[in-house]
Design a protein around this ligand. Structure first.
Ligand SMILES: [Zn+2]
Ligand SMILES: [Zn+2]
Length: 319
């Protein structure tokens, strides 16, 4: 028979003061530090905004159409910002776009959806060609003929000639920043995916939609000789470029969304630059010039920023 000896319970170990004060582990892990995520979202938002403005306000309204004059630092910044959109060097972009206006929806237009005919089959083919296909056409627009002004501008020519550098910056900078910020390959790859690949893809489709959608669908608010149309649902993503019918009707006008209620973020940014003294001689919509072009198909009035011409005192006396 075995006898059990009564065991005296061991005295609890002396608690470590550090352990006493430590809170029990929670059932749910605390949220990881979200600073990297917020930073990447910031990169994902800010870089595209700059690149879009570089195209809409810079390549298009300033360099192609001289809708406003800009201080040298703003001019060079717009050329660089537009290059970050990776839509080609500024001189190539401007030459192609000036040719588009010269031959709009006729033979010679580099990207008309109506190029192959009017029936639905030809138009579908033309739509795809206007959206993307035209870029694979080896025929290049003559820069000597279409943008001699920019060829003569040394700083802008330099930005244009160094386009591969801006492509590298645009694609690699987000990855580099994301990698350094998180000190991880995952951070670099996440930033590269969202702030480089997705951003460039979205931006290209918005720009290409102006060539394809806005020359096929939409409203003809102003008289034009081509098929350019105003497309409301693209106004915000395109920063106002989808008011393309007004643009073809009055190409040098700085505000494309000239009618009441038409949102035009690029025009508002030009307005801010004008207030800051960075832009001047802005060609705002002109009531006299535009009211005669209104088709009257929709009851719309010219919006804000329009230059009105009140009757002269002499006219009032005569009336
Ligand atoms: Zn244009
Ligand atoms: Zn057009």
């Amino acid at each position: 028979m075995t006898t059990t000896t009564a065991t005296v319970p061991a005295a609890p170990p002396t608690p470590n003061p550090a352990e006493v004060t430590r809170a029990p582990r929670p059932d749910i892990e605390p949220e990881p530090d979200g600073r990297l995520d917020r930073f990447l979202v910031g990169v994902f938002v800010a870089v595209p905004l700059l690149a879009v403005l570089g195209i809409t306000m810079g390549f298009h309204r300033h360099f192609t159409h001289s809708s406003f004059k800009a201080a040298r630092p703003l001019r060079v910044s717009l050329a660089i910002a537009g290059s970050l959109a990776i839509e080609g060097p500024v001189l190539v972009w401007v030459a192609d776009h000036r040719r588009h206006h010269k031959y709009s929806d006729r033979e010679g237009d580099p990207h008309s959806p109506w190029r192959f005919g009017n029936d639905w089959k030809a138009l579908t083919k033309g739509f795809l060609y206007a959206h993307m296909g035209w870029m694979f056409n080896p025929n290049r627009t003559s820069q000597e003929k279409f943008c001699p002004d920019l060829l003569a501008d040394a700083p802008i020519r330099r930005v244009s000639n160094t386009f591969p550098l801006w492509v590298a910056v645009s694609l690699l900078a987000p990855a580099l920043i994301g990698g350094l910020w998180s000190m991880s390959l995952a951070g670099a790859l996440t930033a590269f995916f969202w702030a480089s690949l997705v951003r460039v893809c979205l931006l290209h489709h918005v720009t290409w939609s102006i060539n394809s959608v806005c020359h096929t669908f939409g409203h003809e608010d102003f008289d034009v000789r081509d098929k350019s149309r105003n497309v409301a649902w693209l106004a915000i993503p395109s920063f106002g470029e989808s008011w393309h019918n007004l643009h073809h009707s009055d190409p040098t006008c700085a505000r494309h969304g000239a009618l009441e209620g038409q949102i035009d973020i690029s025009a508002r940014t030009i307005w801010i630059a004008e207030k800051l003294g960075w832009a001047w001689d802005v060609r705002w919509p002109d009531e006299d010039r535009l009211s005669g072009k209104l088709t009257g198909k929709r009851s719309k009035r010219l919006g804000s920023m329009t230059k009105r011409h009140p009757a002269e005192p002499d006219d009032l006396m005569a009336a």
